[in-house]
Design a protein around this ligand. Structure first.
Ligand code: PMP
Ligand code: GLN
Length: 446
Protein backbone atom coordinates (compact mmCIF):
# COMPACT_ATOMS: atom_id res chain seq x y z
CA UNK A 1 0.00 0.00 0.00
CA UNK A 2 1.54 3.35 -0.96
CA UNK A 3 1.69 6.17 1.56
CA UNK A 4 -1.28 8.11 0.20
CA UNK A 5 -3.53 4.99 0.28
CA UNK A 6 -2.36 4.21 3.79
CA UNK A 7 -3.26 7.71 4.90
CA UNK A 8 -6.70 7.58 3.29
CA UNK A 9 -7.40 4.19 4.91
CA UNK A 10 -6.20 5.48 8.26
CA UNK A 11 -8.16 8.71 8.13
CA UNK A 12 -11.40 7.09 6.95
CA UNK A 13 -11.35 4.53 9.76
CA UNK A 14 -12.36 7.00 12.44
CA UNK A 15 -12.96 10.71 12.67
CA UNK A 16 -10.82 10.91 15.79
CA UNK A 17 -7.82 10.31 13.53
CA UNK A 18 -8.56 13.52 11.58
CA UNK A 19 -5.63 15.30 13.05
CA UNK A 20 -3.04 12.57 12.67
CA UNK A 21 0.18 14.28 11.64
CA UNK A 22 0.45 11.93 8.66
CA UNK A 23 -2.93 13.09 7.34
CA UNK A 24 -2.29 16.75 8.10
CA UNK A 25 0.89 16.70 6.04
CA UNK A 26 -1.25 16.42 2.88
CA UNK A 27 -3.22 19.55 3.67
CA UNK A 28 -2.34 23.03 2.48
CA UNK A 29 -0.63 25.18 5.10
CA UNK A 30 -3.60 27.54 5.18
CA UNK A 31 -5.59 24.73 6.85
CA UNK A 32 -3.07 24.31 9.65
CA UNK A 33 -4.98 23.23 12.77
CA UNK A 34 -8.34 23.45 11.01
CA UNK A 35 -8.58 19.72 10.33
CA UNK A 36 -9.31 18.96 13.98
CA UNK A 37 -12.80 17.93 15.03
CA UNK A 38 -14.71 21.00 16.18
CA UNK A 39 -17.09 21.66 19.04
CA UNK A 40 -19.95 20.74 16.65
CA UNK A 41 -18.36 17.35 15.90
CA UNK A 42 -18.16 16.57 19.59
CA UNK A 43 -21.39 17.71 21.18
CA UNK A 44 -24.18 16.75 18.73
CA UNK A 45 -23.00 13.08 18.57
CA UNK A 46 -22.46 13.07 22.36
CA UNK A 47 -26.02 14.34 22.90
CA UNK A 48 -27.38 11.63 20.58
CA UNK A 49 -25.32 8.94 22.31
CA UNK A 50 -26.78 9.87 25.73
CA UNK A 51 -30.31 10.74 24.50
CA UNK A 52 -29.69 14.20 25.92
CA UNK A 53 -31.83 17.23 25.12
CA UNK A 54 -29.58 18.96 22.61
CA UNK A 55 -29.56 22.70 23.33
CA UNK A 56 -26.10 22.92 21.74
CA UNK A 57 -25.95 23.51 18.01
CA UNK A 58 -28.27 26.34 16.99
CA UNK A 59 -30.87 25.29 14.45
CA UNK A 60 -34.66 25.41 14.78
CA UNK A 61 -36.26 22.01 15.33
CA UNK A 62 -39.43 22.93 13.44
CA UNK A 63 -40.17 23.48 9.75
CA UNK A 64 -40.39 26.83 7.95
CA UNK A 65 -43.84 28.49 8.06
CA UNK A 66 -46.21 27.25 5.37
CA UNK A 67 -46.01 30.46 3.30
CA UNK A 68 -42.27 29.85 2.95
CA UNK A 69 -42.72 26.17 2.05
CA UNK A 70 -45.39 27.17 -0.49
CA UNK A 71 -42.99 29.66 -2.05
CA UNK A 72 -40.41 26.88 -2.53
CA UNK A 73 -43.07 24.62 -4.05
CA UNK A 74 -44.08 27.38 -6.45
CA UNK A 75 -40.45 28.07 -7.40
CA UNK A 76 -39.84 24.43 -8.29
CA UNK A 77 -43.19 23.42 -9.80
CA UNK A 78 -44.85 26.54 -11.17
CA UNK A 79 -42.12 29.01 -11.99
CA UNK A 80 -39.46 26.62 -13.29
CA UNK A 81 -36.82 28.44 -11.31
CA UNK A 82 -34.70 25.32 -11.62
CA UNK A 83 -31.70 26.32 -13.72
CA UNK A 84 -28.59 28.33 -12.83
CA UNK A 85 -29.28 31.75 -11.40
CA UNK A 86 -27.54 34.92 -12.50
CA UNK A 87 -24.12 34.58 -10.85
CA UNK A 88 -24.17 37.69 -8.64
CA UNK A 89 -27.76 37.15 -7.47
CA UNK A 90 -31.09 35.79 -8.71
CA UNK A 91 -32.69 39.02 -9.90
CA UNK A 92 -36.08 38.67 -8.12
CA UNK A 93 -34.26 38.24 -4.79
CA UNK A 94 -31.81 41.05 -5.54
CA UNK A 95 -34.74 43.36 -6.26
CA UNK A 96 -36.56 42.53 -3.03
CA UNK A 97 -33.32 42.96 -1.04
CA UNK A 98 -32.57 46.29 -2.71
CA UNK A 99 -36.04 47.55 -1.65
CA UNK A 100 -35.62 46.21 1.88
CA UNK A 101 -32.21 47.76 2.44
CA UNK A 102 -33.16 51.10 0.87
CA UNK A 103 -35.96 51.26 3.45
CA UNK A 104 -33.90 49.93 6.35
CA UNK A 105 -30.90 52.17 5.72
CA UNK A 106 -32.97 55.18 4.58
CA UNK A 107 -31.25 55.25 1.18
CA UNK A 108 -32.45 55.36 -2.42
CA UNK A 109 -29.31 54.30 -4.28
CA UNK A 110 -29.11 50.59 -3.46
CA UNK A 111 -29.56 48.90 -6.82
CA UNK A 112 -30.30 45.21 -7.44
CA UNK A 113 -27.72 45.02 -10.24
CA UNK A 114 -24.73 46.51 -8.40
CA UNK A 115 -25.24 46.59 -4.65
CA UNK A 116 -26.44 43.03 -3.90
CA UNK A 117 -24.72 39.64 -4.01
CA UNK A 118 -26.31 36.39 -2.94
CA UNK A 119 -24.49 33.31 -1.68
CA UNK A 120 -24.91 29.88 -0.12
CA UNK A 121 -25.76 31.21 3.32
CA UNK A 122 -24.11 33.98 5.25
CA UNK A 123 -21.17 31.62 5.82
CA UNK A 124 -20.41 31.56 2.09
CA UNK A 125 -21.00 35.30 1.68
CA UNK A 126 -18.43 35.90 4.43
CA UNK A 127 -15.99 33.44 2.88
CA UNK A 128 -16.25 35.24 -0.48
CA UNK A 129 -15.87 38.65 1.17
CA UNK A 130 -12.76 37.64 3.12
CA UNK A 131 -11.21 35.86 0.14
CA UNK A 132 -11.95 38.88 -2.02
CA UNK A 133 -10.60 41.50 0.40
CA UNK A 134 -7.73 39.98 2.38
CA UNK A 135 -4.10 40.02 1.21
CA UNK A 136 -1.59 37.63 2.80
CA UNK A 137 -0.76 38.93 6.27
CA UNK A 138 -3.67 41.36 6.53
CA UNK A 139 -5.26 41.53 9.95
CA UNK A 140 -8.95 41.07 10.72
CA UNK A 141 -10.30 42.16 14.11
CA UNK A 142 -12.77 39.80 15.82
CA UNK A 143 -14.69 40.53 19.00
CA UNK A 144 -14.67 37.57 21.36
CA UNK A 145 -16.60 35.44 21.95
CA UNK A 146 -16.69 35.09 18.14
CA UNK A 147 -18.71 32.59 16.10
CA UNK A 148 -16.10 29.96 15.28
CA UNK A 149 -16.20 30.20 11.48
CA UNK A 150 -14.70 33.70 11.59
CA UNK A 151 -11.16 32.87 12.69
CA UNK A 152 -11.01 29.78 10.45
CA UNK A 153 -12.17 31.74 7.41
CA UNK A 154 -9.70 34.54 8.13
CA UNK A 155 -6.90 31.96 8.28
CA UNK A 156 -8.01 30.31 5.02
CA UNK A 157 -8.04 33.72 3.33
CA UNK A 158 -4.38 34.17 4.35
CA UNK A 159 -5.14 36.74 7.03
CA UNK A 160 -4.41 36.96 10.72
CA UNK A 161 -7.19 37.21 13.29
CA UNK A 162 -6.65 39.82 16.01
CA UNK A 163 -8.87 39.31 19.05
CA UNK A 164 -10.55 41.92 21.20
CA UNK A 165 -12.63 40.36 23.99
CA UNK A 166 -15.96 41.75 25.11
CA UNK A 167 -15.35 42.30 28.83
CA UNK A 168 -17.80 41.01 31.47
CA UNK A 169 -19.19 43.97 33.40
CA UNK A 170 -21.32 42.05 35.91
CA UNK A 171 -24.34 44.15 34.87
CA UNK A 172 -27.67 42.53 34.04
CA UNK A 173 -28.77 41.64 30.50
CA UNK A 174 -26.43 40.54 27.71
CA UNK A 175 -26.17 43.95 26.05
CA UNK A 176 -24.86 45.49 29.26
CA UNK A 177 -22.92 42.50 30.58
CA UNK A 178 -20.63 42.03 27.54
CA UNK A 179 -18.90 45.37 26.99
CA UNK A 180 -16.52 46.50 24.26
CA UNK A 181 -13.70 48.69 25.51
CA UNK A 182 -13.37 51.18 22.64
CA UNK A 183 -9.78 52.07 23.58
CA UNK A 184 -8.83 48.40 23.49
CA UNK A 185 -10.53 48.13 20.09
CA UNK A 186 -8.67 51.16 18.76
CA UNK A 187 -5.34 49.87 20.08
CA UNK A 188 -5.88 46.61 18.15
CA UNK A 189 -5.87 48.50 14.83
CA UNK A 190 -2.53 48.47 12.96
CA UNK A 191 -1.50 49.49 9.44
CA UNK A 192 -2.23 45.84 8.44
CA UNK A 193 -5.85 45.90 9.64
CA UNK A 194 -8.09 45.29 6.64
CA UNK A 195 -11.40 44.19 8.11
CA UNK A 196 -13.42 44.04 11.30
CA UNK A 197 -16.23 41.52 11.77
CA UNK A 198 -19.13 42.91 13.79
CA UNK A 199 -21.94 40.51 14.67
CA UNK A 200 -25.10 42.07 16.06
CA UNK A 201 -27.41 40.63 17.41
CA UNK A 202 -24.50 38.59 18.66
CA UNK A 203 -23.84 34.86 18.76
CA UNK A 204 -23.25 33.50 21.40
CA UNK A 205 -24.10 36.29 23.89
CA UNK A 206 -27.37 37.72 22.52
CA UNK A 207 -25.95 41.23 22.90
CA UNK A 208 -27.36 43.92 20.63
CA UNK A 209 -24.89 46.76 20.13
CA UNK A 210 -26.48 50.07 21.05
CA UNK A 211 -26.56 53.26 18.96
CA UNK A 212 -23.87 54.75 21.24
CA UNK A 213 -21.62 51.70 20.90
CA UNK A 214 -22.06 51.62 17.13
CA UNK A 215 -21.34 55.34 16.83
CA UNK A 216 -18.15 54.81 18.84
CA UNK A 217 -17.07 51.93 16.60
CA UNK A 218 -17.93 53.87 13.44
CA UNK A 219 -15.95 56.90 14.62
CA UNK A 220 -12.87 54.74 15.16
CA UNK A 221 -13.17 52.83 11.87
CA UNK A 222 -13.79 56.02 9.90
CA UNK A 223 -10.27 57.16 10.75
CA UNK A 224 -8.97 54.17 8.78
CA UNK A 225 -10.41 54.14 5.24
CA UNK A 226 -8.56 50.86 4.52
CA UNK A 227 -10.79 48.96 6.98
CA UNK A 228 -14.03 47.29 5.90
CA UNK A 229 -16.65 46.36 8.48
CA UNK A 230 -18.16 42.97 7.72
CA UNK A 231 -21.47 43.24 9.56
CA UNK A 232 -22.97 39.80 10.26
CA UNK A 233 -26.66 40.43 10.97
CA UNK A 234 -28.18 36.96 10.58
CA UNK A 235 -30.23 37.40 13.79
CA UNK A 236 -31.57 40.82 12.68
CA UNK A 237 -35.23 39.79 13.12
CA UNK A 238 -34.80 38.05 16.48
CA UNK A 239 -35.02 41.17 18.61
CA UNK A 240 -37.12 41.20 21.79
CA UNK A 241 -37.57 44.81 22.85
CA UNK A 242 -37.47 46.92 19.73
CA UNK A 243 -38.19 50.11 21.66
CA UNK A 244 -35.41 49.68 24.24
CA UNK A 245 -32.83 47.63 22.41
CA UNK A 246 -33.41 47.88 18.66
CA UNK A 247 -31.15 46.29 16.07
CA UNK A 248 -29.31 49.10 14.28
CA UNK A 249 -27.40 48.16 11.13
CA UNK A 250 -23.96 49.78 11.29
CA UNK A 251 -24.28 50.42 7.53
CA UNK A 252 -26.74 53.16 8.50
CA UNK A 253 -23.83 54.93 10.22
CA UNK A 254 -20.88 54.08 7.96
CA UNK A 255 -22.18 52.99 4.56
CA UNK A 256 -18.97 53.44 2.52
CA UNK A 257 -16.93 51.11 4.71
CA UNK A 258 -19.54 48.45 5.51
CA UNK A 259 -20.55 45.24 3.80
CA UNK A 260 -23.71 43.92 5.47
CA UNK A 261 -24.15 40.15 5.50
CA UNK A 262 -27.28 38.27 6.41
CA UNK A 263 -29.32 35.21 5.53
CA UNK A 264 -32.75 33.60 5.59
CA UNK A 265 -31.98 30.57 7.76
CA UNK A 266 -32.87 31.96 11.18
CA UNK A 267 -35.67 34.28 10.05
CA UNK A 268 -37.62 31.58 8.22
CA UNK A 269 -36.45 28.48 10.13
CA UNK A 270 -34.79 27.09 7.00
CA UNK A 271 -31.10 26.88 7.91
CA UNK A 272 -30.70 24.02 5.40
CA UNK A 273 -31.74 26.18 2.45
CA UNK A 274 -28.58 28.25 2.82
CA UNK A 275 -29.66 31.51 1.22
CA UNK A 276 -27.41 34.38 2.23
CA UNK A 277 -26.51 37.80 0.88
CA UNK A 278 -24.16 40.75 1.00
CA UNK A 279 -25.29 44.35 0.58
CA UNK A 280 -23.07 47.40 0.30
CA UNK A 281 -21.32 49.83 -1.99
CA UNK A 282 -20.37 48.26 -5.35
CA UNK A 283 -16.61 48.16 -4.64
CA UNK A 284 -17.26 45.91 -1.62
CA UNK A 285 -20.03 43.81 -3.20
CA UNK A 286 -17.68 43.17 -6.09
CA UNK A 287 -15.27 41.40 -3.72
CA UNK A 288 -18.03 38.85 -3.10
CA UNK A 289 -19.21 38.43 -6.69
CA UNK A 290 -15.65 38.16 -8.04
CA UNK A 291 -14.97 35.17 -5.77
CA UNK A 292 -18.44 33.66 -5.96
CA UNK A 293 -18.36 33.31 -9.75
CA UNK A 294 -15.33 30.99 -9.45
CA UNK A 295 -16.48 29.02 -6.42
CA UNK A 296 -20.14 28.07 -6.88
CA UNK A 297 -20.93 30.33 -9.89
CA UNK A 298 -24.36 30.96 -8.35
CA UNK A 299 -26.46 30.10 -5.32
CA UNK A 300 -29.39 27.65 -5.82
CA UNK A 301 -32.15 29.32 -7.84
CA UNK A 302 -35.34 27.84 -6.29
CA UNK A 303 -34.10 28.65 -2.79
CA UNK A 304 -33.39 32.26 -3.79
CA UNK A 305 -36.73 32.56 -5.58
CA UNK A 306 -38.62 31.21 -2.57
CA UNK A 307 -36.85 33.59 -0.19
CA UNK A 308 -37.67 36.54 -2.47
CA UNK A 309 -41.36 35.62 -2.11
CA UNK A 310 -41.02 34.97 1.61
CA UNK A 311 -39.44 38.37 2.28
CA UNK A 312 -42.40 40.11 0.61
CA UNK A 313 -44.98 37.95 2.38
CA UNK A 314 -43.29 38.37 5.78
CA UNK A 315 -44.27 42.06 5.89
CA UNK A 316 -47.98 41.08 5.92
CA UNK A 317 -50.09 40.47 9.05
CA UNK A 318 -49.46 36.97 10.43
CA UNK A 319 -51.13 34.88 13.13
CA UNK A 320 -52.67 37.91 14.82
CA UNK A 321 -49.47 40.01 14.61
CA UNK A 322 -48.78 43.05 12.43
CA UNK A 323 -46.18 41.05 10.47
CA UNK A 324 -44.50 37.64 10.42
CA UNK A 325 -41.44 39.33 11.97
CA UNK A 326 -43.45 40.47 14.99
CA UNK A 327 -44.86 36.96 15.39
CA UNK A 328 -41.35 35.47 15.17
CA UNK A 329 -39.89 37.77 17.82
CA UNK A 330 -42.81 37.07 20.15
CA UNK A 331 -42.54 33.30 19.65
CA UNK A 332 -38.81 33.34 20.40
CA UNK A 333 -39.32 35.56 23.40
CA UNK A 334 -41.67 32.95 24.90
CA UNK A 335 -39.13 30.19 24.23
CA UNK A 336 -36.46 32.34 25.82
CA UNK A 337 -38.54 32.68 28.99
CA UNK A 338 -38.98 28.89 29.17
CA UNK A 339 -35.23 28.40 28.94
CA UNK A 340 -34.48 31.15 31.48
CA UNK A 341 -36.74 29.33 33.97
CA UNK A 342 -35.09 25.98 33.16
CA UNK A 343 -31.59 27.37 33.73
CA UNK A 344 -32.61 28.98 36.99
CA UNK A 345 -34.01 25.68 38.21
CA UNK A 346 -30.51 24.24 37.77
CA UNK A 347 -28.95 27.01 39.86
CA UNK A 348 -27.44 28.80 36.85
CA UNK A 349 -27.70 32.54 36.26
CA UNK A 350 -28.86 33.29 32.72
CA UNK A 351 -27.45 36.45 31.11
CA UNK A 352 -30.71 37.33 29.40
CA UNK A 353 -30.19 38.04 25.70
CA UNK A 354 -31.63 41.04 23.82
CA UNK A 355 -31.61 39.16 20.51
CA UNK A 356 -30.77 35.90 18.73
CA UNK A 357 -31.63 32.42 19.96
CA UNK A 358 -28.91 31.62 22.48
CA UNK A 359 -28.53 32.24 26.21
CA UNK A 360 -25.21 32.42 27.99
CA UNK A 361 -25.53 31.27 31.58
CA UNK A 362 -23.18 31.66 34.53
CA UNK A 363 -22.51 28.16 35.83
CA UNK A 364 -20.17 28.96 38.71
CA UNK A 365 -22.67 27.59 41.26
CA UNK A 366 -22.50 24.10 39.70
CA UNK A 367 -20.17 21.69 41.40
CA UNK A 368 -19.14 18.70 39.32
CA UNK A 369 -16.16 16.32 39.04
CA UNK A 370 -13.73 18.31 36.86
CA UNK A 371 -11.04 16.13 35.21
CA UNK A 372 -8.18 18.66 35.16
CA UNK A 373 -5.77 16.37 33.31
CA UNK A 374 -7.91 15.48 30.27
CA UNK A 375 -7.73 17.25 26.91
CA UNK A 376 -10.25 17.46 24.09
CA UNK A 377 -9.57 16.66 20.39
CA UNK A 378 -10.66 20.21 19.50
CA UNK A 379 -7.94 21.75 21.74
CA UNK A 380 -5.29 19.06 22.11
CA UNK A 381 -2.52 21.37 23.35
CA UNK A 382 -4.22 22.68 26.49
CA UNK A 383 -6.02 21.09 29.44
CA UNK A 384 -9.76 20.81 28.93
CA UNK A 385 -11.46 24.07 29.93
CA UNK A 386 -14.01 23.92 32.76
CA UNK A 387 -16.95 24.82 30.48
CA UNK A 388 -16.07 21.96 28.12
CA UNK A 389 -15.86 19.46 30.94
CA UNK A 390 -19.13 20.77 32.39
CA UNK A 391 -21.01 20.35 29.12
CA UNK A 392 -19.70 16.78 28.79
CA UNK A 393 -20.71 15.98 32.35
CA UNK A 394 -24.12 17.64 31.99
CA UNK A 395 -24.81 15.65 28.82
CA UNK A 396 -23.84 12.35 30.41
CA UNK A 397 -25.28 12.89 33.89
CA UNK A 398 -28.18 15.34 33.60
CA UNK A 399 -29.20 14.67 29.99
CA UNK A 400 -28.98 18.24 28.65
CA UNK A 401 -26.32 19.45 26.20
CA UNK A 402 -24.92 22.98 25.80
CA UNK A 403 -22.05 24.46 23.82
CA UNK A 404 -18.93 25.37 25.81
CA UNK A 405 -18.23 28.96 24.77
CA UNK A 406 -14.46 28.46 25.04
CA UNK A 407 -14.86 27.24 21.43
CA UNK A 408 -15.57 30.90 20.61
CA UNK A 409 -12.37 32.27 22.20
CA UNK A 410 -8.70 32.31 21.18
CA UNK A 411 -6.39 30.36 23.55
CA UNK A 412 -5.36 33.44 25.61
CA UNK A 413 -8.95 34.40 26.31
CA UNK A 414 -10.39 30.92 27.03
CA UNK A 415 -10.40 31.66 30.81
CA UNK A 416 -13.16 34.23 30.13
CA UNK A 417 -15.44 31.32 29.22
CA UNK A 418 -14.74 28.97 32.10
CA UNK A 419 -17.91 29.76 34.07
CA UNK A 420 -20.23 30.10 31.08
CA UNK A 421 -22.30 27.75 28.92
CA UNK A 422 -24.32 28.58 25.80
CA UNK A 423 -27.83 27.13 25.49
CA UNK A 424 -29.99 27.35 22.34
CA UNK A 425 -33.74 27.98 22.63
CA UNK A 426 -34.65 27.59 18.96
CA UNK A 427 -36.45 24.41 20.04
CA UNK A 428 -40.11 23.58 20.55
CA UNK A 429 -41.76 24.24 23.91
CA UNK A 430 -41.93 20.52 24.83
CA UNK A 431 -38.16 20.15 24.34
CA UNK A 432 -37.44 23.18 26.53
CA UNK A 433 -39.88 21.94 29.19
CA UNK A 434 -38.21 18.52 29.16
CA UNK A 435 -34.86 20.26 29.73
CA UNK A 436 -36.37 22.04 32.72
CA UNK A 437 -37.76 18.75 34.05
CA UNK A 438 -34.33 17.10 33.80
CA UNK A 439 -32.59 20.06 35.46
CA UNK A 440 -35.11 20.10 38.30
CA UNK A 441 -34.92 16.31 38.72
CA UNK A 442 -31.13 16.39 39.04
CA UNK A 443 -30.26 19.67 40.77
CA UNK A 444 -33.18 19.98 43.16
CA UNK A 445 -32.41 16.51 44.52
CA UNK A 446 -28.82 17.49 45.46
N1 PMP B 1 -23.33 34.08 11.45
C1 PMP B 1 -23.68 33.76 12.70
C2 PMP B 1 -23.43 34.73 13.80
C3 PMP B 1 -24.24 32.51 12.98
O1 PMP B 1 -24.58 32.20 14.22
C4 PMP B 1 -24.42 31.62 11.93
C5 PMP B 1 -24.91 30.22 12.25
N2 PMP B 1 -26.05 29.90 11.96
C6 PMP B 1 -24.09 32.01 10.62
C7 PMP B 1 -23.53 33.25 10.43
C8 PMP B 1 -24.29 31.11 9.47
O2 PMP B 1 -25.34 31.53 8.65
P1 PMP B 1 -25.80 30.67 7.39
O3 PMP B 1 -26.46 29.44 7.90
O4 PMP B 1 -26.71 31.57 6.65
O5 PMP B 1 -24.57 30.34 6.62
N1 GLN C 1 -24.78 29.10 14.09
C1 GLN C 1 -25.16 27.89 14.72
C2 GLN C 1 -24.58 27.85 16.12
O1 GLN C 1 -23.82 28.72 16.50
C3 GLN C 1 -24.78 26.67 13.94
C4 GLN C 1 -23.33 26.48 13.82
C5 GLN C 1 -22.94 25.37 12.92
O2 GLN C 1 -23.74 24.54 12.57
N2 GLN C 1 -21.71 25.38 12.55
O3 GLN C 1 -24.91 26.96 16.85
Amino acid sequence: MNLRKAVVALSSRTTTRYSSRLFSSFLADRLHGLDRPTVWHEFSPLAAQHQAINLGQGFPDGDPPSFVQDAMHAAVFHKSANQYARSAAHMPLAQVLADEYNTKLKRTDIAAETHIATAVGCTHALYCALTGLIQAGDEVILLEPAFDIYSSQVQMAGGKAVYVPLRPSGKEGASQYFQLDLDEFERAITPRTKAFILNTPHNPTGKIFSQTELEGIAAVVQKHPRITILADEVYEHLVFDKAKEPHIPIASLLWDQTLTLSSAGKTFSCTGWKVGWAVGPPHLVQAVTAVQQWVTFSAPTPNQDAIAQALVQARQPYAGFASYYDYLADDYHQKQQLLVAALQSAGMTPIVPAGGFFIMADTSAIDFPFPTKETTPAMPATPMPRDWALSRWMTQTVGVTAIPPSAFYSPNNVPLAQNLLRFAYCKNAETLQEAQRRFAAYFQKQ
